[in-house]
Design a binder for this molecule. Structure first.
Ligand code: NAP
Length: 330
């Protein structure tokens, strides 16, 4: 069994990677501050704060069979980790994003699609996410330059499931489980692709074990928004749930935002962004990525929603009052 380092490991995807590696019998070290949470049982936390100088000194000289870095929006973090640990690492996974692509309207694209201009400077404001895709491009480049012969770059789309605190996918299981009349975008044929955090984590561990290298778009098989909402409704919808389709034009006129943010309908996207939810994931599937049915993701997301409190102020979705406004007269 191998020695794994997860840079992160205390929340969501990186925590799921650590858990999957522990389940496979590996020795797992998570390097994080321990502020978001704790590593899963069986993994060890080494406290590091990557915002500080010489942050990875506690890991100096260590050798790992596999390293997984989920650095969200920092080129500096990625370079420092590579400089400190890259030479001795057996395999290196960098978690990137779909947001690297220059043209997010193109459907059915793959990893050879043109990417955005790289940006090598980190934002000074931690709330500034505008350069997300460009910093990921620069980070991917740094990984390929330093450890390209051993590197796996994964570009996920929407990651969903247990412990997802982003409020996007979880809006739908929570809303459908509440029942009654629920506004849905009248866009059943819109492309849609999601990935369960557990499936992505298990594949990252498999890839590390098997030495899989290269760049992969990592989402579930392409489907439609209508199918995803049907599957969520079947899995967790209340008996009195009635879905009320509202056209994208009417939603737009009412100031409802697609995808995320307050006053939004998650998973709904304008066609200029359909490339985000219609990627060619056949190469990842051929390399062993297995995706569970959406119903299982919906059940786990609902559990997380209930643990977080379904009456909390959400980062994405409609409030009951906003929904009632839209339903008025329908
Ligand atoms: N969610 C999605 O739908 C989606 C889609 C595409 C791509 N992605 C990518 O997937 C990855 C998500 O990673 P994730 O789920 O593990 O969540 P995350 O919110 O990116 O957190 C990752 C880890 O970073 C650690 N961290 C934060 N600040 C730190 C610091 N100053 N020093 C050391 N560690 C620090 C956190 O631990 P502590 O706070 O305990 O230090 C946590 O364990 C990201 O790379 C993201 O870009 C996500």
């Amino acid at each position: 069994m191998g020695r794994w380092l997860v840079l992160g490991g205390t929340r969501f995807l990186s925590q799921a990677v650590a858990a999957a590696a522990v389940a496979r019998g590996h020795e797992v070290i998570c390097a994080a501050r321990g502020e978001s949470g704790m590593p899963p049982e069986g993994a060890r936390l080494v406290k590091v704060d990557r915002d500080t100088e010489d942050a990875l000194a506690p890991l100096r000289g260590e050798q790992f069979d596999a390293v997984v870095d989920v650095a969200f929006i920092s080129y500096r973090w990625v370079r420092e980790a590579l400089a400190e640990l890259g030479e001795k690492a057996g395999h290196w996974t960098f978690v990137s994003t779909m947001s690297v692509y220059a043209d997010l309207s193109r459907r059915g694209g793959g990893v050879d699609d043109p990417v955005r201009e790289p940006r090598y400077t980190d934002p000074t404001d931690p709330e500034d996410f505008g350069a997300y895709g460009q910093i990921k491009v620069a980070s991917e480049q740094a990984v390929m330059e330093a450890v390209g012969d051993r590197a796996l770059v994964v570009r996920p789309g929407l990651v969903c499931g247990p412990d997802d605190e982003a409020d996007r996918f979880g809006y739908w299981p929570a809303r459908f489980a509440r029942g009654g009349r629920a506004v849905v975008p009248d866009a059943p044929d819109q492309p849609c692709q999601i990935i369960d955090v557990r499936d992505l984590a298990e594949w990252i561990v498999l890839a590390g074990e098997q030495g899989i290298t290269g760049t992969f778009d990592t989402c579930g098989p392409p489907t439609t928004l209508g199918t995803v909402l049907d599957e969520i409704a079947t899995a967790v919808g209340a008996a009195d749930l009635e879905r009320v389709p509202v056209s994208p034009e009417e939603l737009g006129a009412a100031g409802i935002m697609p995808w995320q943010g307050p006053r939004s309908l998650p998973l709904w996207l304008p066609d200029i962004l359909w490339g985000v939810v219609d990627r060619d994931t056949a190469p990842a599937l051929a390399a062993g990525l297995r995706c569970r049915p959406i119903a299982e993701t919906a059940l786990a997301a609902l559990e997380t929603e209930r643990a977080l409190g379904t009456d909390r102020e959400r980062q994405a979705g409609l409030t009951a009052a906003e929904e009632a406004e839209l339903l008025d007269g329908r």
